[in-house]
Write a protein that binds this ligand. Structure first.
Ligand code: RP5
Length: 165
């Protein structure tokens, strides 16, 4: 049980989706992980959504590859925010999943991140949870500051090469 539900269509998605779990962990956000498919186990997937709502979960991250209807099906079953992660798999390497997830018809949105963008999905989930949670907001501010410091260090390293650009 957790604030964020991470669901994926197959265990073959886990290598990408575990980045979302690791990111949530680094912010101290609770989460649960589920493998369930929209087309192979539809009723089981809907039962999970109902259980997640019943235990007061707040945000769902749904990853799927190929036809990738899992995030849209889940979004149709709940008013909780759903973030979709297109997974690169199959002949089209995630472009199919990206189009399927991002092109939700008007009325039922899925916030879509980049192909394999599980880390950004988790960061967006943290940002949603941080609305009205000053402690989490502070952690996000510190995270951004650390990232900015990293860029400055990288710039310094490139400048020290003394190459004439
Ligand atoms: C989708 O089909 C899953 O999300 C996965 O990305 C893809 C392939 O699934 P497997 O055949 O590896 O189980 O439903």
């Amino acid at each position: 049980m957790g604030d964020v539900g991470i669901i994926m269509g197959s265990d073959s998605d886990f290598g990408i989706m575990e980045e979302a779990a690791k990111t949530l962990q680094s912010f101290g956000v609770s989460y649960e992980v589920k493998v369930s498919s929209a087309h192979r186990t539809l009723e089981r997937t809907l039962a999970w959504v109902r259980a997640f709502e019943a235990q007061d979960g707040s945000v769902i991250i749904a990853g799927a590859g190929m036809a990738a209807h899992l995030p849209g099906v889940i979004a149709g079953a709940t008013t909780l925010p759903v973030i979709g992660v297109p997974i690169s798999s199959g002949a089209l390497q995630g472009v199919d999943a990206l189009y399927a997830i991002v092109q939700m018809p008007s009325g039922v949105p899925v916030a879509t991140v980049a192909i394999n963008g599980a880390r950004n999905a988790a960061l967006l989930a943290v940002q949603i949870l941080a609305v009205g949670n000053p402690e989490l907001r502070e952690k996000l501010t510190a995270y951004r500051a650390k990232m900015a410091a990293g860029i400055e260090a990288k710039d310094k390293a490139v400048q020290s090469l003394k190459i004439n650009f």
